[in-house]
Structure formats: structure tokens, C-alpha cells
Write a protein that binds this ligand. Structure first.
Ligand SMILES: [Zn+2]
Length: 342
């Protein structure tokens, strides 16, 4: 990235109400067949326009063509039964009805490549595309075939790598893997989670990112955060492993969290997407608040490695709130650019 302090979102943005009822996860589509296909492309255009108007430098698809950041990818794989679901506890936190792995995992065709090609035609700005990480996928399923989280993660890593390579060929500049599960299962991260992640990025010639957060701003996550005490040191458990990995960018939660900023030091040398926007509140950050977060992060990351961003996806927020937060991110970043005269 040539521009200093390039702004981006973590990924998801609210969808227009004509496509899916707003402000909820797993929101059902309102359209069908060709109308749905067209509607998703229109939503991609709207999302692109909103990001460009807000001055966002690295564009995302706003996850407009997927119902959920994990399950939509899984839906396109062979070996998963979506009809006979099981209830599991996601990230040891909340129960959800999930699909079941019943046979070998395989990806018959690309999942997002057509969407990526469509978006690529609309803008010359860099595009970042998010995919779920292998461990988070394992944690959003019931496995009745491999009977091993490690083996299943490895299989997911292989199909994610195929998808990522095709996304890069389609012109995507940064591939991001979302791994909120890394913040919960530290032993597994260090045992096999990072190995699976390295397999997912193997041979990719574009920039790669890993996003590790404390979750969307939904009640189950907000309740969990209240139990984590006054200092959130989860990153301390996993950052040393990430620092040694081939991943280029680490996306983390900062603003309004209890993450000590000095933990950023543990991924020294990596680019850091600093979350300067809280996605669990409707309060709009002031530009000065965003600038203050970036200033604190700059004590531990070189300015050429700092990517101002959001704490997590904004899918569950209202569109107006999300737009205002994007504007705040740009305005706050401008304050720092002006300070450094860049
Ligand atoms: Zn997140």
C-alpha cells in the first residue's frame, strides 16, 4: 500500500433493507433467483459508493453477497449437511443451530470469485476480501466425519487456499482471514490453528491479513466481554506465533476495548489494522477519539505499518450509524495525516 494510513473496514457493512431485513445476523434474503443475483450486485455497488464517499482507501465488498461470514462459505462446500442441523456452543459462548460435516470436505467451484470480479471492474482502489479462518469454521459446525478439529481445520485450510488463490487472480489485493476463535482457544491456536492458517495462505502472492476480535456487537459477545476483567490480554497468548508467521497484516480490536496497547509490540514488523471504531455501540466516535486511538497505537507500530480500521464488521448496525462511523474513521485519520504532514 503506497498511501500512508490507508483506511479500511474489517469487512461486513449493513445491507440495504430491500435485500435483507437490517440490524440482524443471518438475515434472510428478500429476493429470489435472478432478482436476488441482481439485488446482490446492486448492493455491492451501493456499498462501494458508500465507502468511496466516506473516503475509505481499501474497499471491501461489505459482505453484501453473503448471509453470514462463516456459513455462506460452508454452504458451497461438499460434505456438509445443512438440513439435519445440530446445536453447538459457538466459541464456548452462545448456542446456534449449525450444519453437520458428514463426508469429505471439497470445494467444487469458487464461492466468491464472480462477486470479486464484479467489484474489481467498478473501482481502481485496492480491494480487501474476507474469508473465514479454518479454526472459526470448525467452531461453527458439528463434525460427524473427521472427528478431529485439527484434521477438519486442515481440510478447510486447503479449500480456503484454493479460493484465496482464485480471488487473487480475480484482482483482489488483500485476502483477510477472520479468526475470532483465536481469541478463545489459545492452546489449539498454538498447537494446530496457526499451522492451518499458514496452509490457507500458502503460495499467495498478495498481501494476507488475519482478523482477531472480540466479536460482533451482539448481546452474547457484549455479555462475554463483561466477564473478561479490566485488562484483555488474550492477544498475548497468540501474537508471538502470528509474529513468526507469513501473515502480513494483523487486524485487532482497540477502541473502547480493554486491550493494552503495548500488546501490539508483540507483532512488531507486521502491518497492523488498528480498530479505531467500536462496532458494539451506536455512539459515533468523534474524529478526535479516532485520532487518539491511532496516536496510542503509533507508540507500538511504525506509521508505514498502521492501517486505521474498525474493531469488527458492521453488519448488525443500522446503515446511517455505519456510514457515520466510516466518516469518523476518515476524519480521525486525516487528523493524524495532517499532524505528520503526509
Ligand atoms: Zn471481528
Amino acid at each position: 500500500m503506497k498511501k500512508l494510513l490507508p483506511t479500511s473496514t474489517v469487512g461486513s457493512l449493513p445491507k440495504p433493507a430491500w435485500l435483507a431485513p437490517p440490524e440482524k445476523l443471518w438475515s434472510p434474503w428478500k429476493l429470489e433467483g435472478n432478482h436476488l443475483k441482481e439485488g446482490k450486485q446492486d448492493a455491492l455497488l451501493v456499498s462501494l459508493q458508500e465507502q468511496q464517499l466516506a473516503g475509505i482507501d481499501i474497499i471491501s465488498d461489505g459482505e453484501q453477497t453473503r448471509q453470514h461470514f462463516v456459513t455462506t462459505f460452508i454452504e458451497h462446500l461438499n460434505g456438509v449437511d445443512f438440513k439435519n442441523r445440530k446445536t453447538v456452543k459457538i466459541r464456548d459462548r452462545y448456542e446456534a443451530s449449525v450444519p453437520v460435516v458428514v463426508d469429505e470436505i471439497a470445494r467444487q467451484k469458487s464461492v466468491f470469485v464472480d462477486d470479486a470480479k464484479f467489484l474489481r471492474k467498478q473501482t481502481n482502489k485496492p480491494i480487501k476480501w474476507a474469508l473465514p479462518g479454518p479454526m472459526t469454521m470448525v467452531d461453527t459446525l458439528y463434525d460427524n466425519h473427521y472427528k478431529s478439529r485439527e484434521k477438519l481445520a486442515w481440510e478447510f485450510a486447503k479449500v480456503l487456499n484454493e479460493e484465496a488463490r482464485e480471488l487473487h487472480d480475480a484482482g483482489i489485493d488483500i485476502i483477510q482471514f477472520d479468526e475470532p476463535a483465536f481469541n478463545v482457544f489459545f492452546n489449539e491456536v498454538n498447537d494446530w490453528g496457526m499451522v492451518a492458517m499458514e496452509r490457507a495462505v500458502e503460495g499467495l502472492n498478495c498481501e494476507t491479513a488475519i482478523h482477531i476480535c472480540y466479536g460482533y456487537g451482539i448481546k452474547a459477545n457484549n455479555d462475554w466481554k463483561k466477564t473478561l476483567g479490566s485488562e484483555w490480554r488474550q492477544y498475548e497468548e497468540i501474537f508471538p506465533k502470528i509474529q513468526k508467521s507469513n501473515i502480513d497484516v494483523v487486524s485487532l480490536e482497540c477502541h473502547n476495548s480493554h486491550v493494552p496497547y503495548d500488546l501490539i509490540e508483540l507483532v512488531r514488523g507486521k502491518k497492523v489494522m488498528v480498530g479505531a471504531i467500536d462496532v458494539s455501540t451506536n455512539t459515533i466516535e468523534t474524529p478526535e477519539e479516532v485520532a487518539a486511538t491511532l496516536r496510542k497505537a503509533l507508540e507500538f507500530v511504525a506509521i508505514e505499518n498502521l492501517y486505521p480500521s474498525t474493531n469488527c464488521g458492521m453488519a448488525p448496525l443500522s446503515r446511517n450509524i455505519a456510514k457515520a462511523k466510516l466518516n469518523a474513521l476518515s476524519a480521525g485519520t486525516k487528523i493524524i495525516r495532517d499532524e505528520f504532514a503526509i
